[in-house]
Structure formats: structure tokens, C-alpha cells
Design a protein around this ligand. Structure first.
Ligand SMILES: C[S@@+](CC[C@H](N)C(=O)[O-])C[C@H]1O[C@@H](n2cnc3c(N)ncnc32)[C@H](O)[C@@H]1O
Length: 286
């Protein structure tokens, strides 16, 4: 069968954030016309299962854009401290214009090297909404998110994924060329970003492939759910968790490296002593 996947264009060759800069002033109007856009982001943020309204949690919204996903995270966890990062200065400027509590801060930075902009973990949850598809080194970025999470903490990836289903690819192409791209032609200065949106979603992993990618980056407890509306089986919530650390062994026994059955305090051995001090803890005194 002939491969009809569109070929990469100029935006793919490193120009994604620059293109978002150019389109930042019309971005909110266009996504506002997309029914379900904000509700679906809120759904993904809720699916992350952040406890206690986020009290005491540090969260990261990576690729926050004009703040739509940040608002969704805030809705799910109003008491959390949220760091929102984006590589487009203009998208961030739009986000900063909105009203936010003092617990939300915006940082200009590259999602592929967060430490370079001073964004360091650990975080109690990371949301990446409509970001991963745009990254050049997706596996490395996912591994970085994994490292930045506390053990047991969730990653929520909210993303278009249509590759596994012919029906999804057809609906996606019809919506893009019938609605989104013509609307961008009327409201934005050009349609390049929205033609890229169409292409990049067709090129991105299917659900099975992206699930494998998450496992490869070290995530466990992977769950995938779609959203309601025309975006059903087109937009997905991918959830993964950094594995919880195994229950640490008793630090005293671990330090002493003793068999608790063979040597017990009842036999008069000081379990606070360590082999480094030259005491053989496997033998009773005398
Ligand atoms: C489609 S927008 C999504 C914005 C927001 N998360 C939302 O749900 O509305 C994608 C955003 O990712 C940002 N982005 C793309 N590549 C990036 C990178 N390498 N580092 C940080 N942000 C990036 C773009 O600048 C853009 O603002």
C-alpha cells in the first residue's frame, strides 16, 4: 500500500517554538473555537489523580503555551505550586497576561533541557499537553520527565494519536482540512502552523507505540483513555507513573549486612556496630 503519511515540512526542522511565537496572538481564539479543548485538558488533569486539591504538591506543566493546560492543572489541584514552562516567549507572554494565583510561575525554557532554565525536580506530577509530538528527542525528554518525578508520581501526556486507526486518521484529516485550516486562514496570519498540526498528528505514534515508549522511559501503571466528542479516539490521555521505590530494608540490618535469624540482639550483638568498625556481626561474642 502506498504510504500517504505527509512528509516533514519546515516547522519540523526545529522551528516549532518560532512558529508558535508568530501565532501566539490568535492561538486562544482558535482553540476556543475547538469544542471540548479546555474540558478535555481538565479531564486529563483530573485523571492524574492528584490528591488533596494539590496541597503541598509541586507540579510541572511542560509546554504550557498560553496557559490553557496550566489552568486545567490549577483546576484539578488548586492548592499546588505550579511551574509552567514553554519555549515560545510570545505564548508565555499571552499566558502571563491572564490572572493567576501567586503559586503559579511561568518559565521560558526548552522542555528537552529543563535544568538549563533552572527547572529542577522533584515534582509530584507532570502534565505535557500537546507537547511531546513537537519534540525532537521524545525518548530523552520522557526519560527526563521520569527523573524529575518523585517515586510514585504521575506523568499525564495529553496528545493526538491517530496512527492506529484508519477511522481516526480520516476524521482527523476531514476536521483539519474542513474546519481548522480554513478557520486559521480567516483568523491567523497564515495556515502553516495548522497544516503542521495536521501532519504532525498523522506522523506521531499510535497508542500502542506511545505506550511502549512510556514503558521504555521507565514508566509503569500505564493507562490510556480517550475523550468525548469528535476528538474521541483522536485525543488521548496517557498516564504513567514513576515506580514507587521498593520498601527500604531496615537500615540497621542493611548497614550490618546480617541475617536477622542467625544473630539477634538477644544474643548480645550490638546491631548499631557496622562491619566497617571491624566487628564481625555474624558471630556471638565469646
Ligand atoms: C499546541 S501548544 C499547547 C499549549 C498548552 N499545553 C495547551 O494545552 O494549550 C504546544 C506548546 O509547546 C511549546 N513547545 C514546543 N516545543 C517545545 C520545547 N522544545 N520546549 C518547550 N516548549 C515547547 C510550543 O511553544 C507551544 O506553546
Amino acid at each position: 500500500m502506498q504510504d500517504v503519511t505527509p512528509k516533514p515540512g519546515p516547522i519540523e526542522r526545529g522551528g516549532v517554538a518560532r512558529s508558535f511565537d508568530e501565532h501566539a496572538h490568535t492561538y486562544d481564539k482558535l482553540v476556543g473555537a475547538n469544542s471540548g479543548y479546555h474540558e478535555h485538558l481538565r479531564l486529563t488533569a483530573r485523571r492524574m489523580g492528584l490528591p488533596n486539591q494539590g496541597a503541598g504538591l509541586r507540579l510541572l506543566d511542560v509546554g504550557c503555551g498560553t496557559g490553557a493546560s496550566t489552568a486545567a492543572l490549577l483546576d484539578a489541584a488548586p492548592e499546588a505550586e505550579i511551574t509552567a514552562v514553554d519555549a515560545s516567549a510570545e505564548m508565555l507572554a499571552q499566558a502571563r497576561r491572564k490572572t493567576w494565583p501567586p503559586t503559579v510561575r511561568f518559565v521560558h525554557g526548552n522542555a528537552e533541557n529543563l535544568a538549563m532554565s533552572g527547572v529542577v525536580g522533584p515534582f509530584d506530577g507532570i502534565l505535557a499537553a500537546y507537547l511531546v509530538r513537537n519534540l525532537v528527542h521524545q525518548d530523552a525528554a520522557l526519560r527526563q520527565f521520569h527523573r524529575l518525578l518523585n517515586p510514585g508520581a504521575p506523568l499525564g501526556v495529553h496528545e493526538y494519536s491517530v496512527r492506529d486507526s484508519i477511522r481516526s486518521r480520516i476524521v482527523w484529516t476531514m476536521v483539519c482540512w474542513g474546519v481548522i485550516i480554513p478557520m486559521a486562514g480567516l483568523r491567523a496570519s497564515s495556515t502553516d502552523l495548522y497544516r503542521y498540526l495536521w501532519r504532525s498528528a498523522l506522523q506521531f505514534d499510535g497508542v500502542a507505540e506511545f505506550t511502549k515508549r512510556l514503558v521504555g522511559a521507565g514508566f509503569e501503571d500505564i493507562r490510556v483513555q480517550t475523550v468525548p466528542g469528535w476528538q474521541q479516539h483522536i485525543v488521548h490521555t496517557f498516564l504513567g507513573r514513576r515506580p514507587a521505590e521498593p520498601t527500604p530494608p531496615d537500615p540497621v540490618l542493611a548497614a550490618a549486612d546480617v541475617d536477622p535469624e542467625a544473630t539477634t540482639p538477644a544474643e548480645g550483638i550490638a546491631l548499631t556496630a557496622t562491619p566497617a568498625e571491624g566487628v564481625d556481626l555474624t558471630k556471638s561474642p565469646g
